[in-house]
Design a protein around this ligand. Structure first.
Ligand code: ZN
Ligand code: ZN
Length: 348
């Protein structure tokens, strides 16, 4: 049996680079030679014990590569095709899948959580994933590195859809990590004329201005609500996007909104977090308070097209590259919030 290098997660704090058996493509399956794999905040949460996965398991769910083998009965692809993979595999038959809400499928086993993932030379896409359309062909003009971060950007596409941004809107984003900056780019693309960002980290505030924000605010030393009112002629902003899992920031964020505005909680928070919500603000203001989580293969395809066309500048979001053998350092850099997106690159 052929062996391959892989980063195997055993338990919180315990990830090991090992030689394991390389996957082969059974009926209906596709095996992808991984060329680039993004490090996600969720990978850090897994390492810290904040998210359970089916250990021991190869983690990594943001990937791009080339198809290396196809199982019996797979059509529409050939060996060598450049692809990315939607890692969440919808069951297709639960109440939510049947309502077209596959990203919040009630079971949704995921590559990198329940199936072996992308921090390895090869990754297998289960037959259920291939059948669900989770293998997505890449056009010319998008690199493996850019395609590897399609997954988080697809989540942002889903989030932006739920914000219902109108031409000429003013948007306030809480948090300026890579996800906040992707929201900045896509809010513009959706027609927002003014995009502001609240972020406590000095370096990230500076980066945000370089990415074209109309203004930034430090929530630790400035009043977000007052500033939002000032930026919006006194009425409040049209849309507030929560792109950092900090419940304390959400309370102010909700008050920064105009009547009839949309508040989208994109980021996950620590388990059992709460924030105080004054029902009358929502009631009298007819506020829409919503959330967004994950994505479908359709969001992935749209993210690929948005990157390829240059609407999303994915290159600029990638600040650090690592070899697979440096997986520990890569996870450490992500945890330390050094730079923006971290990608493991796997040349021949
Ligand atoms: Zn991710
Ligand atoms: Zn389902």
């Amino acid at each position: 049996m052929a062996k391959m290098p892989a980063a195997v997660f055993y338990a919180p704090g315990d990830i090991r680079l090992e030689e394991i058996e390389a996957p082969t493509a059974g009926p209906g399956e596709v095996v992808v030679r991984v060329r680039a794999a993004g490090i996600c905040g969720t990978d850090v949460r897994i390492m810290k014990g904040g998210k359970k996965v089916a250990a021991p398991i190869v983690i990594g769910h943001e990937l791009a590569g080339e198809i290396s083998s196809l199982g019996e009965g797979v059509s529409g692809f050939k060996v060598g095709d450049r692809v990315t993979v939607e890692p969440v595999i919808p069951c297709g038959k639960c109440a939510l899948c049947l309502r077209g809400r596959r990203n919040i499928c009630l079971t949704r086993p995921t590559i990198g959580y329940e199936y072996d993932g992308a921090f390895a030379k090869y990754v297998r896409v289960p037959a259920s994933g291939v059948a669900a359309g989770n293998v997505i062909a890449l056009p010319e003009g998008i690199s493996f590195e850019e395609a590897a971060i399609t997954e988080p950007l697809a989540a942002v596409v889903n989030g932006i859809d739920r914000c219902n941004i109108q031409l000429g809107d003013t948007v306030l984003i809480l948090g300026a990590g890579p996800i906040g900056l992707a929201h900045l780019q896509l809010s513009r693309a959706a027609g927002a004329t003014h995009v502001y960002v609240s972020e406590p980290n000095d370096e990230r505030r500076q980066t945000t201005l370089e990415f074209g924000a109309d203004g930034v605010i430090n929530p630790l030393s400035e009043d977000v609500v007052a500033k939002a009112k000032e930026w919006s002629g006194g009425v409040g902003v049209d849309v507030v996007i929560v792109a950092a899992g900090v419940p304390a920031a959400m309370e102010a964020g909700l008050k920064a909104l105009r009547k009839g505005g949309v508040f989208n909680i994109f980021a996950g928070s620590p388990p059992n977090s709460t924030f105080a919500l004054e029902p009358n603000i929502v009631h009298y203001g007819e506020l829409i308070v919503t959330g967004s989580s994950g994505h479908t293969a359709a969001h992935m395809k749209r993210a690929v097209d948005l990157i390829t066309s240059g609407v999303i500048d994915a290159k600029r979001l990638i600040t650090h590259r690592f070899q697979l053998a440096e997986i520990q350092e890569a996870l450490g850099a992500r945890q330390a919030l050094t730079g923006l997106k971290h990608v493991v690159v796997m040349p021949d």
